[in-house]
Ligand binder design. Sequence first.
Ligand SMILES: Nc1ncnc2c1ncn2[C@@H]1O[C@H](COP(=O)(O)OP(=O)(O)OP(=O)(O)O)[C@@H](O)[C@H]1O
Length: 250
Amino acid sequence: MGLLKIDNVSHEFGGLRALDRVSLAIEKGEIFGLIGPNGAGKTTLFNLISGIYKPTEGQVFFKGRPIHNLAPHKISRLGVGRTFQNIRLFKKLSVVDNVKVGMHGVIIPEAADSKALGWGNKRKIEQRADELLNLVGLYEKRMEYAESLAYGEQRRLEIARALARNPCLLLLDEPAAGMNNREKEELMQLVGDIRDMGITILLVEHDMNVVMNVCDRIAVLDYGKKIAEGDPVSIRNDARVIQSYLGVGA
Ligand SMILES: Nc1ncnc2c1ncn2[C@@H]1O[C@H](COP(=O)(O)OP(=O)(O)OP(=O)(O)O)[C@@H](O)[C@H]1O
């Protein structure tokens, strides 16, 4: 069984069917892309996986366990981390404090006694925060205000904060939005590094260069329905995907 299984899930807002019987299975260690036109239902699916919405029908399983009726904090504790389309940092906190906030109440595996850490275990929290800032290339800026970072750096800080909860599945909602080409290159490298740490990634992204380069498999949504699923080459050549989303010449 996959790490994440979405089984015939639908979601309605009033009369609007934002998701219509979508099924997906994401395997451990994959980088899985979710693409589709604006309003296709991608963020709604993220919100269902992370417990912000409950499905109108269908089920979501994580590590074989049903999670579609759990509260967001419980799903997060089970190992599902996420970032948001609109950056949600604490602007007036330092870079390192933004990561530490993400760590509150988290079990750090290397901790000798493996107890959940509150604010008490300062040294281990600081070590872990520094490791994560090194990973995302922000260690040198650890004492700066989050708001002083460039846009691409803020997005990387959001990823570090999500990683602070030790997820085994990370949901990234449009991580390349607003990034310049250099920042996108760095992001692609980072996504690969995160996977190499053993973390499975589900990525919503409009930048096709990023999607096609980093994803092992891709699913395409259109008007709430899954219209295609496969590797990047098959998705790029899928007539229905070209017609509804990629356009000719993509
Ligand atoms: N809270 C809400 N209340 C009512 N309708 C909503 C709500 N959130 C999303 N929708 C509608 O559900 C549909 C799917 O929206 P969703 O945000 O999931 O699409 P998306 O694929 O993430 O789009 P984008 O690429 O623009 O982020 C859209 O028609 C949207 O207008």
